[in-house]
Design a binder for this molecule. Sequence first.
Ligand SMILES: Nc1ncnc2c1ncn2[C@@H]1O[C@H](COP(=O)(O)OP(=O)(O)OP(=O)(O)O)[C@@H](O)[C@H]1O
Ligand SMILES: [Mg+2]
Length: 350
Amino acid sequence: MARVQLSDLRKSFGQVQVIKGLDLDIADGEFVVFVGPSGCGKSTTLRIIAGLEDATSGAIRLDGRDVTRTRPADRGIAMVFQSYALFPHMTVADNIGFGLQLQKQDRALISRRVAEVAETLHLTPLLTRYPRELSGGQRQRVAIGRAIIRNPRVFLFDEPLSNLDAALRVQMRLEIARLHQGLGATMVYVTHDQVEAMTLADRIVVFNDGRIEQVGSPMDLYEHPENRFVAGFIGAPAMNFLPVRVLGTQLEVPGMATIPVPPGKEAATELGIRPEHLHVVDGLSADLSGEVELIERLGAETYAYVRVPGLPLDLTVRLPGETALRARSSIALKIDWTRAKWFNASGRVL
Ligand SMILES: Nc1ncnc2c1ncn2[C@@H]1O[C@H](COP(=O)(O)OP(=O)(O)OP(=O)(O)O)[C@@H](O)[C@H]1O
Ligand SMILES: [Mg+2]
């Protein structure tokens, strides 16, 4: 179990800087999730923490000890990848025990540890099988078992569930949460899946172009994004952004009647409203009205994409599962102003 500290971490490949100064303090036993667009540096950061990649500058500390130049094997860190990379010619038991065999551990100790790990991951009945005889979820559990057996101080997961089907992802997500509770180990987890990020994380780190945009608890990032990037990245479907113009004491939103500028929002250039904070009302009390372009029914909920005359983009509206609305229906919407976010020209939340 360990605290992980990154200080002014940077990484360049040739002339190109891809990690541009990261500072992050991960508490002992914490579950931290990295999210961000493709290519923003999540995997590279994990690989630097693991020691698979050298930092160009900056430092990594484990429990206060500088390990920036320490060999990967001596860091006590285990990494689980998206591709499980199991040894095809070895049984589940041998795959799990391989790390200890490399360390020339005692045979009896290895079989005892393999049995324990298999029990934790519900792999006991599968120990004599080969990887080709396993489902994707079972293979992923073997890969996790291979990591657990070394008793690492820190687990790094790089999109470990992205190859699994939806039902298995949910099951493995719960197992990873349970594993974290059971082991109490520090975990750093990369995902593109909003639900995984929101449900697993003690804290989410939002990356963008080699930098950290914001760090916070899932609900903190959802309720209090500091900028437009985080506001747009956290939450699915994404927040709607409407251009606004302040004229003296009045505020213009295209498609809407002019309203007084809310206090403190004099510098606003954009208004952000989440799909769940737009409510269908009768025409009289509406802030905006338009026509439904497209309806997506997901069962428990429905998304409507609404064209509002004057607005450059369709609005996404979250509706209950059963709704009479259909494409080309007229729709009137009320904004939950208490949840609205205002952004200035540089994208900061006002
Ligand atoms: N070995 C390398 N040589 C050169 N550039 C690299 C190398 N590895 C990664 N990069 C670049 O560094 C940047 C960050 O890559 P990284 O794999 O960390 O992104 P990521 O956030 O994990 O993206 P994804 O979500 O697609 O996995 C990318 O622009 C990538 O092209
Ligand atoms: Mg990656």
